[in-house]
Design a protein around this ligand. Sequence first.
Ligand code: FAD
Length: 540
Amino acid sequence: MTEGAAVELDLLVLGSGVAGLSAAVRAADVHNMRVGVLTKGELPQATTRWAQGGVAAVLRDDPDSTDLHLADTLACGAGLCDTEAVRVLVDEGPARVLELIALGAAFDRDPDGTLQLAREGGHSQPRIVHAGGAATGAEVERALVVAAQRGAAALYEHHFAVDLVVEGGRCRGVTAVGPDGRPVTVRAANVLVTTGGAGQLYSVTTNPLEATGDGIAMALRAGVAVADVEFVQFHPTALHHEAMPRPLLSEALRGHGALLRDGRGERFVDELQPRDVVSRAEVEVMLAQDIDHVFLDARHLEDFAARFPTIAAALGEVGLDPTVDLLPVAPAAHYTCGGVVTDLDGSSSLPGLWAAGEAACTGVHGANRLASNSLLEGMVFGPRAVEAIERGQVGAGATGAMRAVLGDDPEGRPVGPGTVGGRLLARPAPVPPSAHLPVEGWDKIRDRLQRAMSAGAGVVRDAATLAEAGAVADAAAAAVATVVASGEALRTEVSEVANLAEVARAVVATATARTESRGAHSRRDHPLTDPAQRHRLVLA
Ligand SMILES: Cc1cc2nc3c(=O)[nH]c(=O)nc-3n(C[C@H](O)[C@H](O)[C@H](O)COP(=O)(O)OP(=O)(O)OC[C@H]3O[C@@H](n4cnc5c(N)ncnc54)[C@H](O)[C@@H]3O)c2cc1C
């Protein structure tokens, strides 16, 4: 490992998932940039390696086409996708998948060598390439880690990025905590935030422990524009079990014909509807029948163990046999649709700061992400940021989601067909410190915050439940502020709670302000979609 102070980096990538490593590999291999990757665990540690179903990309046209992929993505995004951003995704995606294959990623193929294509919820055609049945993320991550290790000028594993270094109105690096617990500053001409989502905001989630929204929180603290964070996608078929993160019973199972059944064994929803629709249907059934889960019926699927070895193994570990048992499932927090606002080239509102992947809001997902579009988004938009840096771009243009920040309509109306304007909200004010340092452990504070967010800002919310979740998030933020005021250096576990509280307060603020139901945001007290609210809520 090379220490930051000694290295002049062209690009510092924060995070080592699909978005960060796709960017790092392109920067090093294609443009010979000096690129550093700073990540809080080991290099392969990322939500990416948990991804199951696959990557959506049109690799065989007729009957499929990129126009159909675009239409499916827009339909899922409930009016908030930026059409141009989706066009970039579907058009550039296939070439990025082929590059990944050239790097050594092995996707599943038929005996004649053609790539197998699966269909998932919300997709009108089978277009999902996958690896190891439902172990796609592990294969994607493996291939990218090998390539990044070969090309990166500096790898900072077990480094926790704390805050952005901003000088003269430009991002110049980050402060971080190294593996020995000591502070370190890593400087670079450009910084790319690819720190992933914030599934750990919730007590029931499919996301690993590191998904604490750190990059989004860092951006909020630096006054960088963040949007769409009220749109948290809940996956409808997480195994109902105490294991955390919750094992996911992939969309691909429903794509292959698995059925959802209520407590009486009846079907209650079209299983191939988008995730928000299916998750809401489950919550309604669970409330009506006073049960805490429903069932996925995969008993009739042929060759389950051969097609889905990872899922079969996970089920075996908890004593379930999918050929015999109904599988208990319930919704779990899965994907953060919003994040750091970017233009079509990944530039944030702060010059020198770029974002991609789940930490970013590119405008691709809108109010709800289409299944298997997120690995693709990382593969497409991470490298686009590199290309823009290579061209010498400084600062953002009014394209993609950035139209909501730089667009010229102060009312936040859509700025044109297929484009979306923005309404600016003030970032929730910092919380003052309390009189006394917290007496309970940070794991308890984190746990309480997660439970409050699940109860108050979950699949279905209303003004009262959001206020309750907000009060708990404020209390967590006050506990952090008290430690900061005492002059004590923040340990990583405290920094994660600080970041979770920051993002929780942003979710509560935007979910409260959005007095309608749209996509993944469902308000009990405002059940209808309000055409006048077809804009992004931007925190800055
Ligand atoms: C169970 C599951 C199944 C999924 N299946 C699919 C699928 O089939 N298809 C699909 O398209 N998507 C799927 N997704 C979503 C997809 O995996 C993620 O959206 C995607 O991998 C995010 O990639 P990323 O590069 O943006 O972030 P991540 O892969 O989350 O990487 C973030 C990186 O940032 C690092 N990091 C975070 N904070 C800090 C910090 N403070 N300092 C330093 N480093 C930091 C992390 O350690 C990590 O290395 C799935 C997600 C889950 C949880």
